[in-house]
Design a protein around this ligand. Structure first.
Ligand code: WQD
Length: 348
């Protein structure tokens, strides 16, 4: 009997890659997603890669009654990986209430229902944005949680606190908080990848869409930061490496290897890379130029942040393996696959 893992946001970017890795590790992932920032075609991609069509239901986690019904119907779930959340820093500054309602209500519903269905394990998709603008770099799990620079960052901080308080109150419940840095890339098969609805908020889909000619120019938000080339620095981590860390985290809890009820891990590569360095590395990896122009800073942006991932490396026995070049090449392969599918549809 395969061990059942609920993946909320499982048709999303990181969620879909994690579903693939869970299947390949012998688990039975079940997906809940309301398709607010993904599309149903992702399920075809998962099936093409794994040969498996996971249980999927279109449920909004803010809908307590529907979520409760799902758990009634799908007994025996042993852990939840909660990806479902709005996640664009810039957008959250413009739409704070959407972010607070969506990201927090969804989590509250899950946590309230877990004990009812004897589910004791949750992996939470957190973010390096909880560190705000760190005073010292690289960032460790002991780095201070500073005021966030966006409502998105505040929702992640609040969700971490809500989970910790709930675990403390609910005997037997365990949680692992995974603080991602910047996930990029696509599955090597190019059957799944990053596919935000509408104009991309995140850097890499905007880069590949510009390289493809879908967008005219990449606007680089600010080149007057206190960094070597003036553009923001991030720790870009391959999405498949990130997905694998979730399999390790779930197994750690199911095998009762976690050292305390709530554990926190930074998931990054340990390397800081600027926006301009991404543009030049993309050209080196693909041979394709990305036209760009400098634009004003984006509100809510952190200037520079990258991880000290040594604790996750040691404690989880997990390490980001993919090179930046291979990862950027996978982004481009995915964008070319999307164009091929689009052209096919146009000519049908
Ligand atoms: C990266 C850099 C922008 C777009 C993301 C996710 C968030 C969290 C952390 C997981 C910034 C610059 C971007 C563009 C640009 N991940 N940029 N032009 O804001 O670091 O946050 O990673 O939890 O969910 O949103 O990522 O890709 O938006 O921006 O210059 O068109 O690229 O200013 O410096 P960010 P991002």
């Amino acid at each position: 009997m395969k061990r059942k893992i609920l993946v909320t946001g499982g048709t999303g970017y990181i969620g879909s890659h994690t579903v693939v890795e869970l299947i390949e590790a012998g688990f039975e992932p079940l997906i809940i997603d309301n398709l607010s920032n993904s599309n149903i075609g992702v399920l075809d991609g998962i099936r093409k890669i794994t040969g498996v069509s996971p249980v999927y239901e279109n449920i909004d986690l803010k809908d307590y009654a529907s979520l409760n019904k799902f758990f009634q119907k799908n007994q025996g779930i042993e852990a939840i990986i909660n990806f479902a959340a709005s996640k664009a820093v810039g957008e959250s500054v413009k739409l704070p209430l959407l972010y607070y309602r969506n990201n927090i209500t969804s989590l509250l519903n899950l946590l309230e229902l877990m004990p009812k269905y004897d589910i004791n394990n949750i992996v939470f998709s957190s973010s390096c944005t909880v560190y705000g603008q760190p005073d010292t770099l690289p960032v460790t799990e002991q780095s201070p949680i500073k005021p966030a620079t966006s409502p998105y960052g505040y929702t992640k901080q609040m969700c971490e606190t809500i989970i910790s308080d709930t675990v403390r109150a609910c005997h037997g419940m365990k949680a692992i908080l995974l603080r991602y840095f910047n996930p990029i890339g696509a599955h090597p098969s190019a059957e799944i990848g990053e596919l935000p609805n509408g104009v991309p908020n995140n850097l890499l889909p905007y880069v590949t869409q510009t390289a493809m000619g879908i967008r005219e120019k990449l606007r680089i938000f600010g080149n007057d930061y206190n960094t070597p080339d003036g553009t923001c620095i991030r720790d870009y981590i391959n999405v498949v490496d990130l997905a694998k860390a979730h399999v390790v985290a779930v197994s750690r809890m199911l095998d009762k290897k976690n050292r305390k009820p709530v554990e926190v891990f930074n998931l990054g590569t340990g390397n800081g890379v600027s926006v301009l360095e991404i543009v030049s590395a993309f050209k080196a990896a693909t041979g394709v130029d990305v036209p760009y122009e400098f634009a004003p800073r984006r509100e809510g942006d952190i200037e520079k942040v990258w991880a000290d991932a040594s604790y996750a490396n040691k404690e989880l026995g997990w390490k980001a393996e993919a090179s930046l070049e291979d990862t950027l090449a996978s982004c481009w392969k995915w964008e070319m696959k999307l164009k091929e599918a689009h052209d096919k549809e146009q000519n049908a």
